[in-house]
Structures are given as structure tokens and as C-alpha cells.
Design a protein around this ligand. Structure first.
Ligand code: ADP
Ligand code: ZN
Length: 739
């Protein structure tokens, strides 16, 4: 009979065969499970495969087993995966991030093991690249394969990936291999990324840039944690400056991570890295092939990737020695993940860096009020770049008072804006017309009975997308053909589109500027991120005279020929009662305006508004950021809302409306644990969108003072109630959206 090994101490790093280990799996079981260490033993943090009932699942060895179960019945770890054990730093990060966001460990662990084919044995495999010869006979399918290879540059493909990317069968690819037009190579899986050389020459920095870079470099060299807010108008050279901090980090032999919003669309950044360091970094985002993702995950852990450029989920990669994290456009709302685990990547960046003694750089032209307040309070260092680099100056910003403008219905471009656009087109410059609304028209109404077409599953109106010839629900994504008769009164040909969307604005522009080349940019109008990226690059090179776009165009793209930005509806974001409406409008308008005049020619930004006296609109036009932030901060402080107070949103949803109200009322009644910390609960109230995908939604809002143990109180509060099985309860700490 086997003998129970003696309980091991918590600091134990290696477990011999048969010793009990505690394993967190990726399955939602709510607790760690005990297993016996496999033959050959295993390390603390080892990625393992374990039996669970009849299945095999993945897990991570988190510590010694509890030993509260009959040893003889405990099963053995099947095998350790061929990857380095998860480091203590990452385990601690997952635990703390889970505690902060009130997320179970299993869900946190899933964020940390998001690598395709992690359990595969290492082996050789065949990859495909562009060959040296052109096929003598070109077919349409062959052309698509070569285009796909061209489009992805020097990234490699497996046979399956290449044929899928090109939309051809694998025999087409094999045919091209025979002809020498595609090269087939045997490679070990997962090669290291090319070395980046920090000693290659950098650009000559201007004086304020050099000063900022020196401070950031000293921070990296210290090897300790600190956060710096790098503020600077669009085009002031923030990227050049933080690349010098990256260089310093590489010199120290530590790894760096740069997070970008909409990374799948920004090839420009990769080119700049290559120019500075002689090679491209590892990429981690949805636009990268599975093979490359797996390679990035593994190489990050083995030190074969010095720099990763990625989307927010790159924060959960198993870095070997992370020394610097840059969050570019740190105010961007896409850093908040709004489904699954609700986390804000900016805040989690600060957490991870503090655990692994790394530096954080938050870069933005229009920082979030949270970061601004942290800088004011001295928690973050603040560096300001106040002028645009070289001759570029900030655009001239003016309002167009729409109260004085008489436009026919179905027209949104004022004569003044029209004249300005015409002038740019005539002189070979570009103009951007901005409207932050996808689709053709936000409302479809019946002129006979007044019925507005809504979604069958949500309390939301369907948005016409003429390009796709469908009505689309922006809540659940459901779509249907545009009907010819009114679904309510059955009148024929009386349905009318009301209000503008980006597609409709494109139509208006085509009528107003018949000679101009017009490009409409909206995320839903392109089949893939790659296609959209190619379109953006074409436009930057001058392939269009007028760009019509949603907020997609506000993010980091550099259009050197662009000298005019026209905002169709500057008031749009100010409607509604969102806590951050003013902040978001200010940021978005400044960001969009910043697209104009990035090279030597001064740009102009014109904002059509019905309320030119609104304090936010006035602040945008004045460009006086400090007074805007100071005023906004004073209002939030007076109302004790973030960043001067804390909030948590509770969202209950269920197919049964009674369920959610009953549970909501019970939570509101049993608020003892919240009152203990002086927190208040508001609600339950129907959510602004009271039904999504057939589920009724109710919200509660918890408000607390800044320095109370909110998460602990929330957990205790929620534990009191039993959540019926069809009800979903999710907690959103520091909510950004309140829909
Ligand atoms: P930001 O990130 O603040 O928007 P960038 O770093 O993108 O600014 O700089 C704007 C443009 O100016 C880029 O094309 C960049 O290469 C150029 N630039 C900035 N600083 C310098 C410099 N010191 N020398 C040469 N070009 C520079
Ligand atoms: Zn819907």
C-alpha cells in the first residue's frame, strides 16, 4: 500500500512522483483539485493534463495538495506539457486580477493559457512561403494564394491556414509547390523571433522629447515598478519617445510589451519598430494566424521574443522577464473587455507591472480622467510633450452653428463645410468627414403608422445597413432583410430611413462632390481586418480625396495628406446620461481633429453643433485641456463618482423577467455587507436596454468611497443569495458602460 507523503511546505518548488499537488483546471468547478504528481515529478506552476471524470483537461499546478481526500483514490497527473512552468509572478497576477474583478480562478486561468495547440508535442512541420518563380499558367485560385502570401508578408502558413486564407482547396497550394511558385519548408515548430537591436541609431530627438526619453529610460534602468503618464498632442512624438524606453529595456535584457487599440489595423507601428530595431516584433491579436499565436505564446515564455505588440489579452502572456509595458492611447474604451471576464487592461497593466517590477508608460493625447487624477495625486509621474514635432501645428478648430443653417431633410453637410471640402479636393489635399455611427440610418420608420422597426430579441431599434442590404441589431447582431411592407400596418412602400449613418453620409458626399474619390470606412464594411488595413494604407498613400469614417479613423492612423476634418454631429456623444459622456466627447473630438495637418501643412477641424455654448464644446474648441480636466474633476469629486469614488455594476439577466426582478429586490433588501463599508446600492432598475438576445436585464449600482474594501463586501453580499440556474449574475467593477 502506498504511503501518504508528508505534507509539504508552501514554498515547495518541486513535487516528486506521487506527492499530492493542487491543480487549478480551466473547467468551472469552483475549487482546486488534488492529483498525484506524475512519473518524473513536476514543478510548481507546471502546465499539466489531468483526468477529470472521463475527460482529460488542462490545468496548472498551483501548490501542494490539500490531502483531505482518500489518497488511494486520488488520480495521477497524466503528463506535464512541454512548456516552461507558469512563474510565480503570473500566478500571483492571475490571483490578484481575479480578486479585483471578482472572477473565478478557472476563468482567469483560461486567459493565461490562450494558446492554440499548447499541448501538442514539439515536432517538425511543413510551412509555406512565397517561392521564387511565377507559375506559367495563372488561374484565379492560384492568384488568390499568391495574394494571401503577399498580404501577410513574411509570416509563415500551414497548408490549412494558407488554403483557408485564400479560399482554395489544398490541392491548389500543392500544385503551386510543384511549380516552384510556393515554397514548402520543414521547420521546427515555433522558432524564436528575429533579434531586435537597440543599438541601431534612433531619430534625433527634439529637446523636450529627449528629456522625456531620458526620464523614461532611467525608470526602466532602475528595474523597479513605476507608472508614467506620457501626455502629448497627436504628432508630438510620443511613439518615438517610448520606443527609446523600449530600447533601454531590451538593453537590460528584459522583455517589453506595447498594447495598442485596434492593433489589427495598424501596420504603421510594426514598420516603425523595424526601422528602429532592425526587425519586427512578435504580434498578439486576432489578425494573426493560429500558428503565429502559438509561436508567440511559447517564445514569450522561453525568451525568444523580446518585444510583443498586442491587444489587451497580451497582458496575460507568460513573459519570462517583463520590464516595460506601454499602453498607447490609454484612454481608449477598447481596453475595457465588456464580455466574459470584465477587466480594464490599463488597470491590470499597472497591477501586473507592480508585481513583476516593471515600468508602465501610459501614452495619450487625451488621457482618461482616472490617469489624470492619479498623476495629479502624485501616484504617476507625468511627462508632457507640448508641441507637435517639426513644423506640424495643432489644427485650427472652429464650430459651425447649425441653428443658423437651413438644410433640406436628408442632408447633413452644411454649405460652409461643403465649401471647405471642395477647396481641399481642388488643391489635392484630403478631407475627412466624421460621424460616429455605423450603417445607413439609425431608425426605419413607417410613414403610414409611425411604427419603428425593432429587434425581435432586444429592446433596440434595427439599424439599416444598405451596404449589406439588411437591418441589423447593434446589440445582438441579429439581422433581417429590409422589408417592403410595414410589419405593423402592412402599408406598402411607406418605410423611410431616418437620420444619418456613415453609409448615408457617403451617399450625400457622392452627390455633393461628384468628381471626388470617396472612401467610406466602417468596421463592418470589410470582410476582414486585413482588407480594411489594406484600404487604410491605400488612403494614407492618397487613393481617396474624401474619407467618410466612424471612430475607427480616429485611432492612430496617420494620413499625411489630410488637412480638413469635418465633424458632422459634435453633439452626438453628449446625449444620454453616461458618467463619462463629457470626457469621451472631449477625447474623441480632440482625437479626430488631431488627424488633420500631421505634416507640414496646418489643418482645420470644423465641428457642426447645435449647442456651441455647451461647456464641453467650448472646451474642445479652446483646446484648453487643463481647465477642462480640472472642471470635470471638480464635478466628479462633488458627486463622489470615479475616479473620486468607486462603483460596481451588477447585471442580472434571465429569459424570465420575474426572476431578475425578484433577485434584484432581494439583493437590494439584504444590503448589510455593503452598509458595513458605507456603500450604497441603487436599483434594481430595468437596464437602459432592458432585453438583449431574449434575456431580460436588470441593473443594480453600488457606490462606495474610494478607499474601502469594496470587492470583499460585494463577494459577501452576493454570497447571501441563491442565483437561480437560468439567471446570470455578472459584476462589473469600475463599469465603463451602463447599457
Ligand atoms: P505621437 O505618437 O505623439 O502621435 P509620433 O511619434 O507618431 O507622435 O510622431 C509623429 C510623426 O513625427 C511621426 O511620423 C514621427 O516619425 C515624426 N517624428 C516625431 N519625432 C521625431 C524626431 N525626433 N525625428 C524625426 N521624426 C520625428
Ligand atoms: Zn437584437
Amino acid at each position: 500500500m502506498a504511503q501518504t507523503p508528508s505534507p509539504s511546505d508552501a514554498a515547495q518548488e518541486f513535487f516528486d512522483e506521487g506527492q499530492l499537488v493542487g491543480v487549478w483546471t480551466t473547467q468551472p468547478l469552483g475549487r482546486m483539485l488534488d492529483y498525484k504528481a506524475p512519473e518524473g515529478g513536476c514543478w510548481l506552476g507546471a502546465f499539466v493534463e489531468v483526468p477529470l471524470g472521463p475527460r482529460k483537461v488542462m490545468g496548472v499546478v498551483w501548490g501542494p495538495g490539500k490531502g483531505d481526500y482518500d489518497y488511494a483514490k486520488i488520480r495521477k497527473v497524466i503528463r506535464c506539457l512541454d512548456v516552461p512552468a507558469m512563474r510565480a509572478e503570473l500566478r500571483e497576477f492571475l490571483e490578484k486580477a481575479g480578486a479585483y474583478t471578482l472572477t473565478d480562478m478557472e476563468s482567469m486561468l483560461r486567459l493565461g493559457v490562450r494558446a492554440p495547440g499548447l499541448g501538442d508535442p514539439p515536432s517538425m512541420r511543413k510551412i509555406y512561403r512565397k517561392g521564387d518563380t511565377e507559375p506559367d499558367r495563372m488561374t484565379e485560385a492560384r492568384g488568390r494564394v499568391l495574394d494571401a502570401l503577399e498580404e501577410y508578408g513574411d509570416l509563415s502558413f500551414t497548408l490549412k491556414e494558407l488554403s483557408e486564407a485564400a479560399g482554395v482547396t489544398s490541392s491548389v497550394v500543392k500544385g503551386l509547390v510543384k511549380l516552384g511558385a510556393v515554397r514548402e519548408e520543414d521547420t521546427p515548430r515555433d522558432l524564436p523571433f528575429a533579434r531586435l537591436d537597440p543599438e541601431l541609431p534612433s531619430k534625433d530627438l527634439a529637446q523636450d522629447q529627449a528629456q522625456a526619453a531620458d526620464i523614461l529610460k532611467a525608470g526602466v534602468a532602475s528595474g523597479a515598478y513605476a507608472t508614467t503618464l506620457l501626455r502629448g498632442v497627436t504628432g508630438s512624438g510620443k511613439t518615438e519617445v517610448y520606443l527609446e524606453a523600449v530600447a533601454e529595456c531590451l538593453r537590460k535584457g528584459r522583455q517589453a510589451l506595447v498594447l495598442l487599440p485596434e492593433i489589427a489595423l495598424t501596420a504603421e507601428f510594426l514598420t516603425r519598430v523595424q526601422a528602429r530595431f532592425g526587425a519586427k516584433p512578435a504580434e498578439w491579436h486576432s489578425g494573426v494566424t493560429m500558428t503565429e499565436r502559438r509561436r508567440a505564446w511559447k517564445m514569450v515564455g522561453q525568451g525568444g521574443a523580446q518585444l510583443v505588440v498586442g491587444a489587451r489579452s497580451a497582458l496575460f502572456l507568460p513573459f519570462r522577464d517583463l520590464g516595460l509595458i506601454v499602453v498607447d492611447e490609454e484612454h481608449d474604451t477598447s481596453y475595457k473587455q465588456e464580455d466574459g471576464v470584465l477587466y480594464n487592461a490599463r488597470d491590470m497593466t499597472v497591477l501586473r507591472a507592480s508585481i513583476c517590477s516593471a515600468q508602465v508608460i501610459l501614452a495619450s493625447a487625451t488621457p482618461s480622467l482616472e490617469s489624470w487624477a492619479n498623476a495629479e495625486a502624485g501616484k504617476y509621474t507625468r511627462l508632457d510633450l507640448t508641441s507637435r514635432f517639426g513644423d506640424a501645428v495643432m489644427p485650427d478648430m472652429r464650430a459651425i452653428d447649425m441653428r443658423d443653417v437651413k438644410l433640406p431633410s436628408n442632408r447633413w453637410i452644411s454649405p460652409q463645410l461643403q465649401a471647405e471640402v471642395e477647396a481641399r479636393v481642388a488643391s489635392g489635399e484630403q478631407a475627412l468627414l466624421f460621424i460616429n455611427r455605423r450603417g445607413y440610418a439609425p431608425v426605419t420608420i413607417c410613414r403610414a403608422c409611425g411604427h419603428q422597426i425593432g429587434c425581435d430579441h432586444c429592446d433596440a431599434r434595427m439599424v439599416e445597413h444598405r451596404f449589406q442590404k439588411r437591418l441589423v441589431c447593434h446589440q445582438c447582431g441579429e439581422s433581417k432583410p429590409i422589408p417592403e411592407i410595414c410589419p405593423s400596418c402592412e402599408a406598402e412602400d411607406r418605410l423611410a430611413a431616418v437620420g444619418p449613418g456613415v453609409e448615408r453620409l457617403g451617399e450625400e458626399a457622392a452627390e455633393l462632390f461628384p468628381g471626388a474619390r470617396i472612401a467610406t470606412l466602417s468596421s463592418d464594411m470589410y470582410g476582414s481586418a486585413r482588407a480594411l488595413k489594406a484600404e487604410i494604407e491605400g488612403i494614407a498613400a492618397g487613393a481617396a480625396d474624401i474619407i467618410i469614417g466612424t471612430q475607427l479613423v480616429a485611432k492612430g492612423h496617420n494620413f499625411p495628406l489630410l488637412t480638413l476634418v469635418g465633424v458632422i454631429d459634435a453633439d452626438l456623444g453628449l446625449q444620454g446620461s453616461d458618467l463619462r459622456a463629457a470626457e469621451r466627447t472631449f477625447q474623441l473630438m480632440r482625437q479626430v481633429a488631431g488627424r488633420a495637418g500631421r505634416s507640414s501643412k496646418r489643418g482645420t477641424a470644423l465641428m457642426q453643433t447645435y449647442q456651441p455654448e455647451h461647456p464641453v464644446i467650448r472646451a474642445i474648441l479652446a483646446g484648453d485641456e487643463n481647465s477642462f480636466w480640472t472642471a470635470e474633476a471638480a464635478e466628479r469629486r462633488a458627486a463622489s463618482v470615479p475616479p473620486y469614488g468607486r462603483m460596481a455594476g451588477i447585471i442580472l439577466s434571465s429569459p424570465d423577467v420575474q426572476d431578475v426582478f425578484d433577485l434584484g429586490a432581494e439583493l437590494a433588501r439584504r444590503d448589510g455587507p455593503l452598509r458595513e463599508i458605507g456603500a450604497q446600492v441603487f436599483g434594481p432598475a430595468p437596464a437602459p436596454i432592458a432585453r438583449v438576445r431574449g434575456r431580460h436585464r436588470v441593473r443594480l449600482l453600488v457606490k462606495a468611497d474610494k478607499n474601502v474594501p469594496l470587492q470583499r463586501a460585494l463577494a459577501k453580499w452576493i454570497r447571501q443569495v441563491r442565483v437561480p440556474s437560468q439567471v446570470r449574475l455578472s459584476v462589473d467593477i469600475d463599469p465603463q458602460s451602463f447599457y
